[in-house]
Write a protein that binds this ligand. Structure first.
Ligand code: C2E
Ligand code: CA
Ligand code: CA
Ligand code: CA
Length: 280
């Protein structure tokens, strides 16, 4: 009954309708985004907590529609791409672009960093995604150490029956496999025993609250401990302050990623950062 009055059900239906129309428009735009060259990648460095050295880059997808002066937040368009199935095309584009870029960096003599890509649920549920990944590495003359993958625990567990064999093969070939947003999934920790992974990325929610909340500190500490006991590399996400850095340093976390060090940035800025001038 509450829904009937002004601002009630009708408002809800209208609002819902508008939302659907907006989404449909966005899907149509996103379908053309590759053709229209509206996609790009930003790269965010991960640094060694001990030395500050850049060890790794995470590739993050950016979409700027050509009639727009700003980027659509990935949180918005990636979930839309997941729901509409466009994620396969976008994901293939990301894979190809990261390999192309990494190969160019390698040719130009940047020996430093791996680049990691994010693989989402629907991508992993397509059984040939990892085979495509390997084919892409090969096509660009890259080694398995050049590009890593990041998966959330939920994605890993849902996709495991389909992809476990492929994941094991990648693992044995030396591909870095990181659990993204660690600590936010629904499962028990026992999956860590069964799945071939090399790194944990502790979700940034814990980092955000760690300076003030002893519980979050405790969880981070425990995550780092268990990661190390399992021989995994541990990354803290969302490091925004010197205080947070000193916390994870005390905890002996391996790598840190966050605005305190670097924001995600386009490839030319990465090149400046890595100090290269040759080759492009
Ligand atoms: P994610 O994989 O957890 O990526 C980290 C996000 O944290 C990025 O947001 C990054 O810009 C942001 N971030 C980094 N440092 C800080 C910090 O110090 N503070 C705060 N508040 N945020 C920080 P972004 O780029 O907006 O991406 C959001 C999500 O979209 C990603 O979360 C990932 O799940 C997804 N995504 C991005 N690119 C791709 C892609 O190529 N493929 C797939 N499947 N998903 C992607
Ligand atoms: Ca990630
Ligand atoms: Ca993350
Ligand atoms: Ca996330």
């Amino acid at each position: 009954a509450k829904l009937d009055g002004p601002g009630g059900l009708q408002f809800f239906q209208q609002h819902h309708h508008d939302e659907l129309v907006r989404e449909q428009r966005m899907v149509e735009q996103l379908e053309l985004a590759i053709e229209h060259r509206e996609l790009s990648l930003h790269y965010q460095p991960q640094v060694s907590v001990v030395s500050g050295r850049i060890e790794n880059l995470e590739a993050l997808l950016r979409w700027q529609p050509r009639d727009s002066s700003s980027f659509v937040p990935p949180g918005e368009f990636i979930s839309l791409a997941e729901r509409s199935g466009l994620i396969h095309r976008l994901g293939d584009w990301v894979m190809e672009e990261v390999c192309r870029q990494q190969a160019a960096w390698r040719r130009a003599g940047f020996s430093t960093s791996r680049v990691d890509i994010n693989l989402s649920g629907r991508q992993m549920l397509r059984p040939d995604t990892l085979a495509r990944f390997e084919a892409c590495l090969e096509r660009y003359g890259l080694t398995p150490q050049d590009i890593g993958i990041e998966l959330t625990e939920n994605v890993l567990i849902e996709a495991a029956p389909l992809v476990l064999e492929d994941l094991r093969r990648l693992y044995h070939r030396g591909v870095r496999i990181a659990i993204d947003d660690f600590g936010t999934g629904y499962s028990s920790l026992s999956y860590l025993k069964h799945f071939p992974v090399t790194a944990l990325k502790v979700d940034r929610a814990f980092m955000r609250d760690a300076p003030k909340q002893p519980e979050d500190r405790a969880i981070m500490e425990a995550a780092i401990f268990i990661g190390h006991r399992l021989g995994l590399e541990v990354v803290a996400e969302g490091v925004e302050s010197a205080e947070q850095l000193s916390l994870i340093r005390e905890m002996r976390c391996d790598l840190a990623q966050g605005y305190f060090f670097y924001r995600p940035m386009p490839a030319p800025d990465i090149q400046v950062l890595l100090g290269g001038t040759a080759g492009w």
